[in-house]
Design a protein around this ligand. Structure first.
Ligand code: PBG
Length: 390
Protein backbone atom coordinates (compact mmCIF):
# COMPACT_ATOMS: atom_id res chain seq x y z
CA UNK A 1 0.00 0.00 0.00
CA UNK A 2 2.78 2.39 0.97
CA UNK A 3 4.51 1.59 -2.28
CA UNK A 4 1.41 2.14 -4.33
CA UNK A 5 1.09 5.66 -2.91
CA UNK A 6 4.59 6.54 -3.89
CA UNK A 7 4.25 5.33 -7.40
CA UNK A 8 2.82 8.58 -8.72
CA UNK A 9 2.92 7.61 -12.38
CA UNK A 10 1.02 4.43 -11.74
CA UNK A 11 3.68 1.89 -12.54
CA UNK A 12 3.76 -1.35 -10.72
CA UNK A 13 6.17 -1.35 -7.81
CA UNK A 14 8.64 -4.19 -7.91
CA UNK A 15 7.49 -6.65 -5.30
CA UNK A 16 9.45 -6.84 -2.09
CA UNK A 17 11.99 -4.17 -2.97
CA UNK A 18 11.61 -0.62 -1.70
CA UNK A 19 14.64 0.81 -3.36
CA UNK A 20 14.07 -0.78 -6.71
CA UNK A 21 10.89 1.24 -7.19
CA UNK A 22 11.12 2.68 -10.68
CA UNK A 23 9.25 5.87 -11.40
CA UNK A 24 9.80 7.29 -14.82
CA UNK A 25 9.96 10.97 -15.69
CA UNK A 26 9.49 12.47 -12.25
CA UNK A 27 13.03 12.98 -11.13
CA UNK A 28 12.19 14.24 -7.63
CA UNK A 29 10.13 11.28 -6.75
CA UNK A 30 12.95 8.84 -7.14
CA UNK A 31 14.89 10.56 -4.40
CA UNK A 32 14.73 9.32 -0.87
CA UNK A 33 13.39 11.56 1.91
CA UNK A 34 16.65 13.29 2.36
CA UNK A 35 16.72 17.04 2.10
CA UNK A 36 19.19 18.83 -0.16
CA UNK A 37 21.57 19.30 2.77
CA UNK A 38 21.70 15.56 3.15
CA UNK A 39 19.76 15.33 6.46
CA UNK A 40 16.73 13.18 6.94
CA UNK A 41 13.60 15.36 6.97
CA UNK A 42 11.73 15.39 10.27
CA UNK A 43 8.09 14.55 10.64
CA UNK A 44 7.84 12.22 7.64
CA UNK A 45 8.82 8.59 7.33
CA UNK A 46 12.19 7.86 5.86
CA UNK A 47 11.70 7.18 2.19
CA UNK A 48 9.06 9.86 1.71
CA UNK A 49 9.70 11.40 -1.72
CA UNK A 50 10.54 15.06 -2.08
CA UNK A 51 8.29 16.60 -4.66
CA UNK A 52 7.49 19.95 -6.17
CA UNK A 53 4.14 21.08 -4.68
CA UNK A 54 1.24 20.75 -7.10
CA UNK A 55 -0.08 24.05 -8.40
CA UNK A 56 -3.65 23.54 -7.19
CA UNK A 57 -6.11 26.43 -6.93
CA UNK A 58 -8.64 24.14 -5.25
CA UNK A 59 -7.79 21.80 -2.41
CA UNK A 60 -11.02 20.36 -0.96
CA UNK A 61 -9.08 18.88 1.96
CA UNK A 62 -8.70 22.37 3.48
CA UNK A 63 -12.39 22.22 4.44
CA UNK A 64 -11.92 18.88 6.17
CA UNK A 65 -8.99 19.77 8.36
CA UNK A 66 -10.56 19.70 11.84
CA UNK A 67 -13.70 18.47 13.50
CA UNK A 68 -14.67 22.08 14.30
CA UNK A 69 -14.33 23.08 10.69
CA UNK A 70 -16.06 19.94 9.40
CA UNK A 71 -18.94 20.54 11.78
CA UNK A 72 -19.28 24.13 10.57
CA UNK A 73 -19.62 23.18 6.90
CA UNK A 74 -21.60 19.95 7.37
CA UNK A 75 -24.53 19.95 4.96
CA UNK A 76 -27.00 17.88 6.98
CA UNK A 77 -27.46 16.87 10.58
CA UNK A 78 -29.43 14.13 12.29
CA UNK A 79 -31.57 14.81 15.33
CA UNK A 80 -33.93 12.67 17.44
CA UNK A 81 -36.59 15.09 16.18
CA UNK A 82 -36.27 13.39 12.78
CA UNK A 83 -37.02 9.92 14.15
CA UNK A 84 -40.28 8.01 14.21
CA UNK A 85 -39.93 4.93 16.45
CA UNK A 86 -41.91 1.82 15.42
CA UNK A 87 -43.32 -0.11 18.38
CA UNK A 88 -44.71 -3.67 18.35
CA UNK A 89 -47.47 -4.38 20.87
CA UNK A 90 -48.94 -7.67 22.08
CA UNK A 91 -51.16 -8.82 24.91
CA UNK A 92 -50.55 -12.54 25.00
CA UNK A 93 -48.84 -12.09 28.40
CA UNK A 94 -47.63 -9.28 30.66
CA UNK A 95 -44.03 -9.77 29.53
CA UNK A 96 -42.15 -8.23 26.64
CA UNK A 97 -41.29 -10.86 24.03
CA UNK A 98 -37.93 -10.56 22.23
CA UNK A 99 -38.08 -10.77 18.41
CA UNK A 100 -35.40 -13.28 17.38
CA UNK A 101 -34.58 -11.71 14.02
CA UNK A 102 -34.45 -8.17 15.49
CA UNK A 103 -32.03 -8.36 18.45
CA UNK A 104 -32.80 -5.66 21.03
CA UNK A 105 -36.40 -5.17 19.85
CA UNK A 106 -39.36 -6.62 21.72
CA UNK A 107 -43.03 -7.05 21.27
CA UNK A 108 -44.06 -4.83 24.16
CA UNK A 109 -46.74 -6.06 26.55
CA UNK A 110 -49.76 -3.74 26.35
CA UNK A 111 -49.83 -1.40 29.36
CA UNK A 112 -46.98 -0.23 31.56
CA UNK A 113 -44.22 -1.72 29.38
CA UNK A 114 -45.39 0.35 26.42
CA UNK A 115 -45.48 3.51 28.53
CA UNK A 116 -41.99 2.83 29.91
CA UNK A 117 -40.50 2.28 26.46
CA UNK A 118 -42.06 5.43 25.02
CA UNK A 119 -41.05 7.42 28.11
CA UNK A 120 -37.46 6.32 27.53
CA UNK A 121 -37.67 7.39 23.88
CA UNK A 122 -39.05 10.79 24.89
CA UNK A 123 -36.26 11.27 27.42
CA UNK A 124 -33.87 11.21 24.43
CA UNK A 125 -35.98 13.58 22.34
CA UNK A 126 -37.87 11.02 20.23
CA UNK A 127 -41.46 12.21 20.31
CA UNK A 128 -43.01 10.29 17.43
CA UNK A 129 -44.00 6.62 17.37
CA UNK A 130 -45.79 4.32 14.93
CA UNK A 131 -47.90 1.54 16.40
CA UNK A 132 -47.89 -2.08 15.11
CA UNK A 133 -50.18 -4.52 16.97
CA UNK A 134 -49.75 -8.29 16.96
CA UNK A 135 -53.20 -9.76 16.47
CA UNK A 136 -53.89 -13.21 17.95
CA UNK A 137 -54.77 -15.79 15.28
CA UNK A 138 -58.33 -16.28 16.55
CA UNK A 139 -59.13 -12.64 15.73
CA UNK A 140 -57.85 -12.87 12.15
CA UNK A 141 -60.40 -13.29 9.36
CA UNK A 142 -60.36 -13.22 5.57
CA UNK A 143 -61.90 -9.74 5.65
CA UNK A 144 -59.90 -8.46 8.64
CA UNK A 145 -62.73 -6.67 10.49
CA UNK A 146 -60.54 -6.55 13.60
CA UNK A 147 -58.70 -3.71 11.83
CA UNK A 148 -61.51 -1.31 12.71
CA UNK A 149 -62.59 -2.74 16.05
CA UNK A 150 -63.00 0.33 18.29
CA UNK A 151 -61.52 -1.69 21.14
CA UNK A 152 -58.88 -3.47 19.12
CA UNK A 153 -55.31 -3.62 20.43
CA UNK A 154 -54.19 -0.91 18.05
CA UNK A 155 -57.00 1.48 19.04
CA UNK A 156 -56.45 0.83 22.76
CA UNK A 157 -52.72 1.40 22.38
CA UNK A 158 -53.32 4.72 20.63
CA UNK A 159 -55.64 5.78 23.49
CA UNK A 160 -53.17 4.65 26.13
CA UNK A 161 -50.36 6.60 24.48
CA UNK A 162 -52.37 9.79 23.99
CA UNK A 163 -53.69 9.63 27.58
CA UNK A 164 -50.17 9.20 28.92
CA UNK A 165 -48.38 11.62 26.59
CA UNK A 166 -50.80 14.13 25.06
CA UNK A 167 -48.06 15.82 23.02
CA UNK A 168 -46.66 12.56 21.60
CA UNK A 169 -47.20 12.28 17.82
CA UNK A 170 -48.87 8.90 17.33
CA UNK A 171 -48.70 7.39 13.84
CA UNK A 172 -50.61 4.28 12.81
CA UNK A 173 -50.30 1.69 10.07
CA UNK A 174 -53.28 1.41 7.74
CA UNK A 175 -53.30 -2.02 6.03
CA UNK A 176 -55.11 -5.27 6.67
CA UNK A 177 -52.17 -7.69 6.95
CA UNK A 178 -51.91 -7.95 10.76
CA UNK A 179 -55.63 -8.84 10.90
CA UNK A 180 -56.01 -10.85 7.70
CA UNK A 181 -55.96 -14.65 7.99
CA UNK A 182 -54.50 -14.78 4.46
CA UNK A 183 -51.61 -12.49 5.45
CA UNK A 184 -52.22 -9.87 2.75
CA UNK A 185 -52.68 -6.11 3.01
CA UNK A 186 -56.06 -6.41 1.28
CA UNK A 187 -58.94 -8.85 0.91
CA UNK A 188 -57.98 -11.87 -1.24
CA UNK A 189 -60.50 -13.34 -3.70
CA UNK A 190 -60.65 -17.13 -4.25
CA UNK A 191 -58.76 -16.61 -7.51
CA UNK A 192 -55.92 -14.96 -5.59
CA UNK A 193 -56.64 -11.35 -6.55
CA UNK A 194 -56.09 -8.67 -3.88
CA UNK A 195 -59.33 -6.69 -4.23
CA UNK A 196 -58.57 -2.98 -4.53
CA UNK A 197 -61.73 -0.96 -4.08
CA UNK A 198 -63.37 -3.35 -1.60
CA UNK A 199 -60.22 -3.25 0.54
CA UNK A 200 -60.26 0.54 0.51
CA UNK A 201 -63.68 0.59 2.18
CA UNK A 202 -62.18 -1.25 5.16
CA UNK A 203 -58.99 0.81 5.14
CA UNK A 204 -61.17 3.92 5.48
CA UNK A 205 -62.99 2.40 8.44
CA UNK A 206 -59.65 1.41 9.95
CA UNK A 207 -58.23 4.93 9.55
CA UNK A 208 -61.36 6.52 11.04
CA UNK A 209 -61.28 4.15 14.04
CA UNK A 210 -57.63 5.05 14.61
CA UNK A 211 -58.46 8.77 14.38
CA UNK A 212 -61.32 8.27 16.86
CA UNK A 213 -58.83 6.64 19.24
CA UNK A 214 -56.65 9.76 19.01
CA UNK A 215 -54.11 9.04 16.24
CA UNK A 216 -52.33 12.12 14.90
CA UNK A 217 -51.13 10.62 11.62
CA UNK A 218 -52.54 7.61 9.76
CA UNK A 219 -50.12 5.85 7.41
CA UNK A 220 -51.52 3.69 4.63
CA UNK A 221 -48.90 1.02 3.88
CA UNK A 222 -51.16 -1.17 1.76
CA UNK A 223 -50.41 0.22 -1.74
CA UNK A 224 -54.02 -0.05 -3.00
CA UNK A 225 -54.76 2.49 -5.76
CA UNK A 226 -56.72 5.53 -4.62
CA UNK A 227 -56.56 4.83 -0.90
CA UNK A 228 -55.07 8.17 0.12
CA UNK A 229 -57.92 10.17 -1.39
CA UNK A 230 -60.54 7.81 -0.01
CA UNK A 231 -59.04 7.93 3.48
CA UNK A 232 -58.81 11.74 3.31
CA UNK A 233 -62.51 11.99 2.42
CA UNK A 234 -63.50 9.51 5.12
CA UNK A 235 -61.52 11.36 7.79
CA UNK A 236 -62.90 14.74 6.73
CA UNK A 237 -66.46 13.41 6.62
CA UNK A 238 -66.09 12.30 10.26
CA UNK A 239 -64.62 15.64 11.31
CA UNK A 240 -60.96 14.57 11.48
CA UNK A 241 -59.64 17.32 9.25
CA UNK A 242 -56.62 17.70 11.55
CA UNK A 243 -55.51 14.10 11.27
CA UNK A 244 -52.61 13.84 8.80
CA UNK A 245 -51.85 11.18 6.22
CA UNK A 246 -48.33 9.88 5.80
CA UNK A 247 -48.56 7.78 2.66
CA UNK A 248 -46.27 4.88 1.89
CA UNK A 249 -45.86 6.38 -1.57
CA UNK A 250 -43.09 4.21 -2.97
CA UNK A 251 -43.30 0.96 -1.05
CA UNK A 252 -41.41 -1.80 -2.79
CA UNK A 253 -42.06 -5.56 -2.73
CA UNK A 254 -38.94 -6.15 -0.68
CA UNK A 255 -37.16 -9.08 0.92
CA UNK A 256 -36.09 -6.71 3.69
CA UNK A 257 -39.48 -6.93 5.48
CA UNK A 258 -38.80 -10.50 6.63
CA UNK A 259 -38.08 -9.80 10.32
CA UNK A 260 -41.15 -7.51 10.58
CA UNK A 261 -43.38 -10.31 9.33
CA UNK A 262 -41.78 -12.58 11.99
CA UNK A 263 -42.54 -9.94 14.62
CA UNK A 264 -46.23 -9.84 13.75
CA UNK A 265 -46.63 -13.32 12.25
CA UNK A 266 -48.12 -11.45 9.29
CA UNK A 267 -46.49 -13.10 6.25
CA UNK A 268 -48.77 -14.36 3.42
CA UNK A 269 -50.19 -17.79 4.36
CA UNK A 270 -50.05 -20.89 2.15
CA UNK A 271 -53.00 -21.29 -0.23
CA UNK A 272 -55.59 -24.05 -0.14
CA UNK A 273 -57.05 -26.17 -2.93
CA UNK A 274 -60.03 -23.84 -3.45
CA UNK A 275 -58.25 -20.56 -2.65
CA UNK A 276 -55.11 -19.37 -4.32
CA UNK A 277 -53.18 -17.06 -1.98
CA UNK A 278 -50.33 -15.20 -3.65
CA UNK A 279 -47.05 -16.04 -1.85
CA UNK A 280 -45.81 -12.45 -2.19
CA UNK A 281 -47.10 -8.87 -2.43
CA UNK A 282 -45.87 -8.12 -5.96
CA UNK A 283 -49.30 -7.26 -7.39
CA UNK A 284 -49.56 -4.23 -5.14
CA UNK A 285 -46.12 -3.31 -3.77
CA UNK A 286 -43.72 -1.82 -6.34
CA UNK A 287 -41.13 -3.69 -8.38
CA UNK A 288 -37.64 -2.97 -6.96
CA UNK A 289 -36.46 -2.35 -10.53
CA UNK A 290 -38.70 0.69 -10.98
CA UNK A 291 -37.79 4.35 -10.55
CA UNK A 292 -40.12 6.30 -12.86
CA UNK A 293 -43.10 4.54 -11.37
CA UNK A 294 -42.37 6.31 -8.08
CA UNK A 295 -43.15 9.62 -9.82
CA UNK A 296 -46.53 8.26 -10.80
CA UNK A 297 -47.29 7.21 -7.22
CA UNK A 298 -46.03 10.54 -5.87
CA UNK A 299 -48.24 12.55 -8.19
CA UNK A 300 -51.28 10.51 -7.21
CA UNK A 301 -50.57 10.80 -3.47
CA UNK A 302 -50.01 14.53 -3.69
CA UNK A 303 -53.23 15.06 -5.65
CA UNK A 304 -55.14 12.85 -3.21
CA UNK A 305 -54.06 14.91 -0.19
CA UNK A 306 -51.08 13.13 1.39
CA UNK A 307 -49.24 15.29 3.95
CA UNK A 308 -46.02 13.28 3.98
CA UNK A 309 -44.66 10.85 1.37
CA UNK A 310 -42.62 7.84 2.34
CA UNK A 311 -40.07 5.62 0.62
CA UNK A 312 -39.57 2.09 1.87
CA UNK A 313 -37.13 0.31 2.36
CA UNK A 314 -34.40 2.86 3.03
CA UNK A 315 -30.76 2.19 2.28
CA UNK A 316 -31.18 0.37 -1.06
CA UNK A 317 -33.64 3.07 -2.24
CA UNK A 318 -31.85 6.38 -1.61
CA UNK A 319 -32.25 7.32 -5.27
CA UNK A 320 -36.01 7.19 -4.79
CA UNK A 321 -35.76 9.35 -1.65
CA UNK A 322 -33.86 11.93 -3.70
CA UNK A 323 -36.41 11.63 -6.49
CA UNK A 324 -39.35 12.42 -4.21
CA UNK A 325 -37.38 15.24 -2.57
CA UNK A 326 -36.99 16.84 -6.00
CA UNK A 327 -40.43 15.95 -7.34
CA UNK A 328 -42.54 17.35 -4.51
CA UNK A 329 -42.50 20.04 -1.84
CA UNK A 330 -44.05 17.62 0.69
CA UNK A 331 -41.96 16.30 3.58
CA UNK A 332 -40.31 12.99 2.71
CA UNK A 333 -40.02 10.09 5.14
CA UNK A 334 -37.88 7.00 4.73
CA UNK A 335 -38.37 3.64 6.45
CA UNK A 336 -35.17 1.98 7.63
CA UNK A 337 -36.90 -1.39 7.68
CA UNK A 338 -36.58 -4.49 9.84
CA UNK A 339 -34.19 -6.30 7.48
CA UNK A 340 -31.84 -3.34 7.39
CA UNK A 341 -31.88 -3.24 11.20
CA UNK A 342 -31.22 -7.01 11.33
CA UNK A 343 -28.24 -6.75 8.96
CA UNK A 344 -26.57 -4.04 11.03
CA UNK A 345 -27.23 -5.88 14.31
CA UNK A 346 -25.92 -9.16 12.93
CA UNK A 347 -22.69 -7.62 11.67
CA UNK A 348 -22.22 -5.64 14.89
CA UNK A 349 -22.79 -8.74 17.04
CA UNK A 350 -19.98 -10.49 15.16
CA UNK A 351 -17.68 -7.50 15.58
CA UNK A 352 -17.68 -6.95 11.82
CA UNK A 353 -18.95 -3.36 11.96
CA UNK A 354 -18.74 -0.54 14.45
CA UNK A 355 -22.44 -0.37 15.16
CA UNK A 356 -22.66 3.22 16.35
CA UNK A 357 -20.65 4.60 13.44
CA UNK A 358 -22.46 2.47 10.86
CA UNK A 359 -25.91 3.40 12.17
CA UNK A 360 -25.24 7.13 12.46
CA UNK A 361 -23.77 7.05 8.95
CA UNK A 362 -26.93 5.40 7.64
CA UNK A 363 -29.08 8.07 9.34
CA UNK A 364 -26.91 10.86 7.93
CA UNK A 365 -27.17 9.36 4.45
CA UNK A 366 -30.97 9.34 4.68
CA UNK A 367 -30.85 13.04 5.49
CA UNK A 368 -28.37 13.72 2.68
CA UNK A 369 -30.61 11.89 0.21
CA UNK A 370 -33.40 14.26 1.19
CA UNK A 371 -35.42 12.59 3.95
CA UNK A 372 -36.94 14.75 6.65
CA UNK A 373 -38.30 11.89 8.73
CA UNK A 374 -36.70 8.52 9.44
CA UNK A 375 -38.66 5.53 10.74
CA UNK A 376 -36.10 3.39 12.50
CA UNK A 377 -35.88 0.67 15.12
CA UNK A 378 -32.61 2.35 16.11
CA UNK A 379 -34.58 5.42 17.27
CA UNK A 380 -33.65 5.13 20.95
CA UNK A 381 -30.10 3.81 20.50
CA UNK A 382 -29.21 6.34 17.82
CA UNK A 383 -30.58 9.15 20.00
CA UNK A 384 -28.43 7.96 22.90
CA UNK A 385 -25.38 8.01 20.66
CA UNK A 386 -26.28 11.47 19.36
CA UNK A 387 -26.49 12.62 22.99
CA UNK A 388 -22.94 11.39 23.50
CA UNK A 389 -23.73 8.18 25.38
CA UNK A 390 -21.67 5.08 24.74
C1 PBG B 1 -47.67 -3.75 6.71
C2 PBG B 1 -46.27 -3.27 6.87
C3 PBG B 1 -45.09 -3.96 6.62
C4 PBG B 1 -44.06 -3.16 7.08
C5 PBG B 1 -44.64 -1.99 7.56
N1 PBG B 1 -46.01 -2.06 7.42
C6 PBG B 1 -44.84 -5.33 6.09
C7 PBG B 1 -45.24 -5.66 4.72
O1 PBG B 1 -45.60 -4.83 3.90
O2 PBG B 1 -45.21 -6.87 4.45
C8 PBG B 1 -42.61 -3.51 7.08
C9 PBG B 1 -41.75 -2.81 8.07
C10 PBG B 1 -40.41 -3.40 8.29
O3 PBG B 1 -39.97 -4.37 7.63
O4 PBG B 1 -39.72 -2.89 9.19
N2 PBG B 1 -48.31 -3.49 5.53
Amino acid sequence: MQMMQRNVVGQRPVAGSRRSLVVANVAEVTRPAVSTNGKHRTGVPEGTPIVTPQDLPSRPRRNRRSESFRASVREVNVSPANFILPIFIHEESSQNVPIASMPGINRLAFGKNVIDYVAEARSYGVNQVVVFPKTPDHLKTQTAEEAFNKNGLSQRTIRLLKDSFPDLEVYTDVALDPYNSDGHDGIVSDAGVILNDETIEYLCRQAVSQAEAGADVVSPSDMMDGRVGAIRRALDREGFTNVSIMSYTAKYASAYYGPFRDALASAPKPGQAHRRIPPNKKTYQMDPANYREAIREAKADEAEGADIMMVKPGMPYLDVVRLLRETSPLPVAVYHVSGEYAMLKAAAERGWLNEKDAVLEAMTCFRRAGADLILTYYGIEASKWLAGEK
